[in-house]
Design a protein around this ligand. Structure first.
Ligand SMILES: [Ca+2]
Length: 313
């Protein structure tokens, strides 16, 4: 007990003597990137610990229970990357002055170790977690696990044993949607193979297909030239229709619907909608091979943007 008290006191003195200035962001935290937590008496000690841990890119300090959260990322420039969290604080490691690490400046400790100063030297101690290990309660399983107030954008989520980046839609239809299809400018070709749809393709910041883990529609909403399509199930068929690509014909037509309509969809024989069709950007003279929603704008009008998304119930 005495030794513990002493070492904490020493850290305080050390910090005060160095007069290291660290800027924290009050009443804000960065969520979704917490690697592990350690108890710490105050936020500046938490920042100092972070400066000695290679995988630490930023910290949250939770004041109520004096918890230091070590994040493996820094937020981007987006205005609402940080979420409001009254009484707590956030510090990005890139803003640390070099002296903060003390003897541990430019240390040779490994990724799974924390550097600890000793005299004029330092030693390395294992982190309280395995770096490869995921602490599930600290990591969002999907977009709806992120704290209220998080903005739309790309987040790392941890469903079961995976680590994947996804685009979370937080604004347009309520909070917590995981987007699995996005069209907006025609930069990505969606006329792709079964294999492509199985693993996903495109760019999360613009147009993409996440993977085939989602399906069956629940409801949809339309707005101008945009359409949003909401899913609520985890099966790979829709109203009994199997998904088809041009190289895998699961439709109910004697012909190949995906080939005929240049898309990949839950074709029957063949379709009322074709959101993975060709990006034609409005009116088109070809028949039903654009991003069509037949009952809304007909088969000669290709929508300019679509999003298909899913939320856990
Ligand atoms: Ca067929």
């Amino acid at each position: 007990m005495f030794r513990l008290t002493f070492s904490i006191a020493f850290l305080f003195v050390w910090t005060l003597c160095e007069i290291v200035v660290i800027e924290k962001q009050k009443d804000q935290i960065y969520s979704g990137h917490v690697l592990f937590e350690v108890p710490m008496p105050m936020w500046s000690i938490c920042a100092q610990y972070c400066s000695r841990v290679k995988i630490c890119k930023s910290i949250n300090f939770i004041a109520a229970n004096k918890t230091c959260q070590i994040n493996d990322a820094e937020p981007g420039k987006s205005e609402c990357a940080l979420v409001e969290s009254i009484g707590n604080s956030f510090v990005a490691a890139s803003t640390f002055p070099q002296e903060l690490a003390g003897q541990c400046k430019e240390n040779n400790c490994k990724l799974n170790e924390a550097c600890t100063p000793r005299g004029t030297d330092y030693y390395c101690v294992p982190l309280p977690i395995k770096v490869s290990e995921i602490s599930t309660q600290l990591r969002p399983g999907d977009c709806s696990d992120l704290p209220q107030g998080s903005c739309s954008g790309v987040y790392t989520i941890y469903p079961s044993n995976e680590t994947i980046d996804v685009y979370c839609e937080m604004d347009t239809a309520g909070f917590g949607w995981t987007v699995f299809q996005s069209r907006m400018d025609g930069t990505v070709d969606f006329n792709k193979t079964w294999k492509d749809y199985e693993i996903g393709f495109g760019d999360l910041k613009s147009e993409f297909w996440l993977d085939k883990s989602t399906n069956r529609h629940d409801r949809y909403s339309v707005n101008g030239d945009s359409l949003m399509y909401f899913y609520n199930s985890n099966t790979w068929n829709q109203n009994g229709m199997m998904f088809s690509t041009y190289d895998k014909d699961n439709d109910r037509s004697p012909s190949n619907c995906a080939l005929a309509y240049k898309g990949a969809w839950w074709y029957n024989s063949c379709h009322y909608s074709n959101l993975n069709g060709k990006y034609l950007g409005g009116q088109h003279s070809s028949n039903a091979d654009g991003i069509n929603w037949g009952t809304w704008k007909g088969f000669g009008y290709s929508l300019k943007s679509t999003k298909m998304m899913i939320k856990r119930q």
